[in-house]
Ligand binder design. Sequence first.
Ligand code: MG
Length: 372
Amino acid sequence: MLLSRRQWLKVAAVGGTWPALTGWSASGARAGTRVTVGTKRLTLRHTWTIARNSSDFKDNVFVHIERDGIYGWGEAAPNVRYDETPQQTVTALERAASILESADWLDYADLRRRWEGVTEGQSCAAAALDMAVLDWVGCKLGVPLYRLWGLDRSKAPVTSFSIGIDSPDVVRRKVREAVEFPILKIKVGRENDEEILAAVRDVTDCPLRVDANEGWRDKAVALEKILRLQDLGVELIEQPLPAGMLDETAWLRQRVDIPIIADEAVKRAEDIPRLAHAYDGVNIKLMKAGGIQEAIQMIHVTRALGMKVMLGCMIASSVAITAAAHLSPLVDYADLDGHLLIDNDPFTGVTVKAGRLLLTDRPGLGVTERAE
Ligand code: MG
């Protein structure tokens, strides 16, 4: 797990599109400690359209930490929905670097409180730090993270594969391309929901999950749509109404049979109890939570409230997706396909075969930079 500065710069240049690679070393830093950050443009296989926006690429921020010849990787996927930008994320990581450089990384639970003081409002930056430090800790101790937490990797649930909003023809093509996945997650929430679902059902009768990304603005409209989804055998609906429409979502929940899962309505553990009357489950994401440690707390809070646990992701490389996959044996539903939606993943980590998440026995996250 050794990576020299020269190798790192070489890795950082993969694809030649790292627009900003900033290295620093704060005064008083421990010998042999280095924290480096860089931004990488991840390009999407298909234009990615959900209810609120559309994109062809994502600029994610990577952090690389090194001490004692061992290194750790972390990734931040800034999201406009949560007022995050790549530049603000880089700034937050630069602020956190001096905290990291002088700290004992094995004290990661305490250390997390300190970096959260400088990453406020940029939870994806905190997530990247948490991943990197835990990757380093796992490598230092010589164990994969799932093993550190006593989890059986064979108990990871099958992941769904996401189909973004598109014309019926393109949706049919995407669904055909996704033939190996046993469960699909269909994005809706614009004006062509019915056409999209019909196009999907033209091609497959596999189990479907549907995500409206807050796209329906009226509870009666949402009710009508969900009743139709039930007829199509859809197994759950995610964030049908805007996050702020909690009472309307509770109203909806009393009138439908399939579980309603909160996504945009929840970021951290403290958000969950007030949702328990309106939602059946919670979609936990490392980027919203601010890292793996908070995500573990969220899983336990969600369980304690008798709710279902989904583990989701943003568009990201194998670094962030593998980090989440280590927790997946703890959850009911996995939606960890962000790295499968891009065509220039700079890393390898968890692999997906017929929807099954396959973690290796490499220590830490178990991610490796892809060779040029
Ligand atoms: Mg969602």
